[in-house]
Every structure is written in structure tokens, then in C-alpha cells.
Design a protein around this ligand. Sequence first.
Ligand SMILES: C[S@@+](CC[C@H](N)C(=O)[O-])C[C@H]1O[C@@H](n2cnc3c(N)ncnc32)[C@H](O)[C@@H]1O
Length: 304
Amino acid sequence: MPESEAALEGWLHVPDIDTLSQTFCNSDEYKTLQNSAANLVRPPINPLDWPACFIESHVDAVTLESLINHVEESWTFLGETEPFYSVLTTPSFLKSSFDQNRTSFYESAQRDIDRLSAFAARAGVALPLNGMAFEFGCGVGRVTRLLGKVFARVIAADISASHLLLAEQMVTSNNASEHVSFRLLNKPAAIFEVRDYDFFFSVMVLQHNPPPVMAQILDAALQGLNMGGFAYFQVPTYRLGYAFRSKDYLDNLGPKGNMEMHVLPQKEVLSIIDRNRCKLLEVREDDYTGHEDGISNTFFLRKG
Ligand SMILES: C[S@@+](CC[C@H](N)C(=O)[O-])C[C@H]1O[C@@H](n2cnc3c(N)ncnc32)[C@H](O)[C@@H]1O
């Protein structure tokens, strides 16, 4: 708005609206305002008024088993066909070009470890490096190799025998096999058999499981964690337009090898944390899914 009547009168001589707007745009006042506005641009935040999604997070045991069977079938197939590309979906990690990109594939895990260290530092805690770490969904051992360097003992587990075999071969070739052991978790109860670890770690895994499976995994993971232990995991907690109904899902299963992406609402994650007597130390939005229409969170917590 013009600041005064006098300012208005000063412009009445201008012949037309186009000349007026061009004069304004070329003025020093406008350029200064534009620069300070540019400095104020912040990264976009996800809208706070996104609507609730319908997500069935609890199902009976038979349904749960069918859901897990489908995950197993899909990921075993992916491990047999494109094991590295199924972990990091970038053309350079397709089987045809993997050999020349192997180093950058495994080095990419340093970012995950650096993030973990930063979470621990911000929370003002020391990770239990002399204890046992449980890596859930280790894939081909991308992060396992570095966890094995940092923690005294590591259990690396996966639902896909084909991924697990490659992880084992990689760890053995790095001479780290004495303190890293491997577990195939291909039935619903298998995760409950891993117990008494001091640290739980999982990134880019839960998202590939339907919400009731994610809920069961997290519950089991926090049950098996020792008192005083820490958990660090990533899970998508929202996606615009996402819905999950187990019956519709099982009636219309996609082809095996389809890399499905699912969501577990934050309220479910928080109630699992709560009922397992864990204390949330930090939760952050992360970039693991790359979805602009959703939210993925990394949680860091301590038990007890
Ligand atoms: C995208 S890869 C990520 C691998 C590894 N976390 C990394 O960051 O390199 C997903 C892995 O999780 C495994 N996975 C998916 N669902 C699982 C489940 N319910 N139980 C165990 N492993 C699972 C898959 O077989 C696959 O190896």
C-alpha cells in the first residue's frame, strides 16, 4: 500500500499501469525488499493440516502370517534378482554395473553411522559399544560392516536368505566374521527369539512391511532390548492418501518383487515405545523414503 497521499500524487504523472509496475520493479526499494525476502526462504515444511489416514495396524495371527509370507517372498525374489539395487535404488547398483560401484555402495553407510553418532551426541548419551547390537533387516550388509567395526558384537538379521548370504560373504571377506552373526527371520515368531541386546538398529526396512507387521516388529524389538539399551530406527509415519486394510491388501497382492512402501502412524510408534517402558530421546523427520507427500521419521530412544 502507498505510505501516504503525497506518495500517491507523486506517481499520478505515469502514463499507464505497465510503466508504473516496471518503474516499481526497477526501484532500489523493491530490490532491497526482494533480497531480504530471498534470505528468509526456509526449506518447505510438511503441511500441518494433512488429514488423518485409515490404517489398520492390528490383525489376527493368521492374517499376520500371510502378510509376512508375502514380504518374505518379495524380498527373497529381489535378493535373487537385484540384491544391491533393491537396497539402494540407483542404476549404478544394478547387477550389470555393480562391480565398478561396489566401494561407493558400501561407503554410503558412513552417513548412517554419522547420523547415529549425532543423535547420541545431541541426546548426551554414550552408545553401548562394548555390548551387543541387533541390526534388523541387514540386507547385503551395507551398514553391518561398519556396525561390526563400532560394536563389540553384532547380530545381523534379515527375512531374505538371498540378501543374508551376500551380507555374510561381505563380512567374512572383511575379516569381521568372528563378532558378527547372522539370523534368518522368516516366520512371525523368529524376531522374538533374538533377545538381550543393548542396541537395536534398523533403517530402510520397516517401510517395506504392512503396518501390522511393522507394529509387531517394533514391539518385539523393544521387548528384546536390555534395560538401559538404546534403539535407533527409521519408519515412515505418514503419506498423503495412504490407507491400509488387510483384507483389501491380501485380496489384491501386487507382483512379487514389487518394492512396497508402507506407513505406521506416529501414534502407534509412540504407544509401542510407551508400553515397552522406553523413553523417546529424539524423533526427527528424515529423507530415507524421498517421498514429498509423506513423512519418514528416525526415532532414538532408551529403555528404562
Ligand atoms: C532396502 S533394504 C535395506 C538394507 C539395510 N538396512 C541397508 O540400509 O543397507 C531392506 C532389507 O530389509 C529386509 N526386510 C524387509 N522386511 C523384513 C522383515 N520383516 N524382517 C527382516 N528383514 C526384512 C529385506 O529383505 C532387505 O534386505
